[in-house]
Design a protein around this ligand. Structure first.
Ligand SMILES: [Zn+2]
Length: 349
C-alpha cells in the first residue's frame, strides 16, 4: 500500500519483484487532493537570506510546524543556522536531518520531531517518507525535488486529515545542475552499487532521471496551469478510466495569476516549427555543446546570444510574426522536450 504512486513507479516496482505488469491488478484511488493544499512556485533569488525572508514570516504565522527541504547537507546547515538566528531559537526548535547526521543524534532528532519539540525541520529531500505528520502546515523546497513522483510523495505528508498545508518551491534553473550531479552520483547520492557498477544500467538510469528532472522543470516553469491539476494529471492512470485532470484549485500561484491576467489563445505551431529548425541548425553547427539557453537565445534573437551563433543563417532570418519572450520561448522549448520532440542532455554548461 502506498499513498502516492504513478504508473511508471508501479511498473518499476512490479518489474523489480519479477512479475509481468500486464497481469497485475492495482487498486488505487487518488487521495492526496482531499486536503486543502496550496502550491506556490517562487523564483529563487541569489542569497539564502533573501530567499528565507518571506519564508520566515510564514513560519512565524503558522500554528503548526514546517519542513524545509534542501538538496545538500551544506544548504541544510546554512539554512538551519540562519533560521535559528531569525527565529531567535533558544530552545532548539530548529532541527537538521540528513543521512550524514551521526546515528545517535539522528535518533534524538526524530524523537524530538515526533514529540513536537522541533518546530522547523531542515532536511535533505527524502526526509519523512512514510511518516504521517498532520500538523505540518508549511513545506518549503529550497531546491526542487528530483522528480514529480518524489514531490507528490513529499507533499502528501503534510496537512493530512483534511487540514490546510502550503507548499512553497523556490525554483532556479541553476539548481538543475546540482540535482543532476546528485542523481549522477557526483555528490551526496543514494545511487546503489548495482546501478553505479554497470555502465549500461547506469546510462539507462541517468537518461530516465534526466527525463524526470525535465518534467520537474516543466512543472516549475508552467505559468497558468493549476499546480494541483498538473500533479493530478501527472498521476492520472488513463487505462483505468480515472477522470481527466481535476478542475483548477483556484488557490495556487498559477490559479491566482490566471485570475489577474487576461489570457489569449495563440496558435504556436509556427513558433514550434521554427524552434525545432533552430535546434537543427545549432546541431549541424555544433554537435554536442548546445544548451537550452543557446536555442532560446537564437530563437528570440536575444542580445545574449553567443557571437558565433549570430553568424548563422537562421539567426539572420526574420523572427515570427508572433514574437515570444524568453520566458515564453523557454516554456515552448520545455514543452517540446516533454513531448519527446527534442532530445536533450541535462548537463548544462
Ligand atoms: Zn490551482
Amino acid at each position: 500500500m502506498t499513498a502516492t504512486l504513478t504508473r511508471d513507479d508501479a511498473r518499476d516496482i512490479v518489474t523489480k519483484i519479477g512479475l509481468d505488469f500486464s497481469h497485475v491488478e492495482i487498486i488505487h484511488d487518488i487521495t492526496f487532493k482531499q486536503n486543502e493544499l496550496v502550491y506556490e512556485v517562487i523564483k529563487k533569488k541569489t542569497s539564502i537570506e533573501e530567499n528565507l525572508q518571506g519564508i520566515i514570516t510564514q513560519i512565524k504565522s503558522i500554528s503548526g510546524r514546517a519542513i524545509v527541504y534542501c538538496a545538500t547537507q551544506k544548504d541544510c546547515y546554512e539554512i538551519a543556522d540562519l533560521l535559528r538566528i531569525k527565529l531567535e531559537d533558544i530552545d532548539g526548535k530548529v532541527g537538521v536531518y540528513h543521512r550524514g547526521v551521526p546515528t545517535g543524534e539522528k535518533k534524538c532528532t526524530v524523537e524530538k520531531w515526533k514529540k513536537q519539540h522541533i518546530k522547523v525541520m531542515v532536511a535533505i529531500n527524502d526526509f519523512g517518507l512514510g511518516i504521517n505528520i498532520p500538523d505540518v502546515r508549511l513545506v518549503v523546497y529550497y531546491t526542487m525535488s528530483q522528480n514529480l513522483s518524489n514531490y507528490i510523495q513529499e507533499t502528501g505528508k503534510a496537512g493530512r486529515n483534511g487540514s490546510t498545508a502550503k507548499y512553497i518551491l523556490l525554483y532556479a534553473r541553476r539548481d538543475v545542475r546540482i540535482l543532476y550531479n546528485i542523481v549522477a552520483g557526483k555528490r551526496e547520492s543514494s545511487l546503489n552499487d548495482v546501478v553505479m557498477e554497470n555502465e549500461e544500467i547506469r546510462q539507462v538510469y541517468l537518461r530516465e532521471c534526466q527525463k524526470k528532472i525535465w518534467e520537474m522543470i516543466f512543472f516549475c516553469e508552467t505559468k497558468f496551469e493549476c499546480r494541483q491539476s498538473a500533479l493530478t494529471h501527472y498521476q492520472n492512470w488513463k487505462e483505468n478510466n480515472i477522470p481527466p485532470s481535476e478542475p483548477s484549485c483556484e488557490r495556487c500561484d498559477a490559479c491566482q495569476l490566471r485570475a489577474k491576467e487576461t489570457l489569449i489563445t495563440r496558435d504556436m505551431k509556427m513558433s514550434a516549427l521554427r524552434l525545432l529548425k533552430v535546434v537543427e541548425a545549432l546541431k549541424e553547427f555544433e554537435s554536442d555543446a548546445i544548451t537550452a539557453k543557446d536555442v532560446v537565445d537564437v530563437f528570440c534573437k536575444s542580445k545574449n546570444t553567443k557571437l558565433k551563433y549570430k553568424e548563422l543563417e537562421i539567426y539572420q532570418e526574420e523572427r515570427d510574426t508572433v514574437k515570444l519572450t524568453i520566458d515564453e520561448a523557454n516554456r515552448l522549448f520545455n514543452d517540446l522536450v516533454i513531448r519527446g520532440m527534442v532530445l536533450t542532455d541535462i548537463i548544462l554548461r
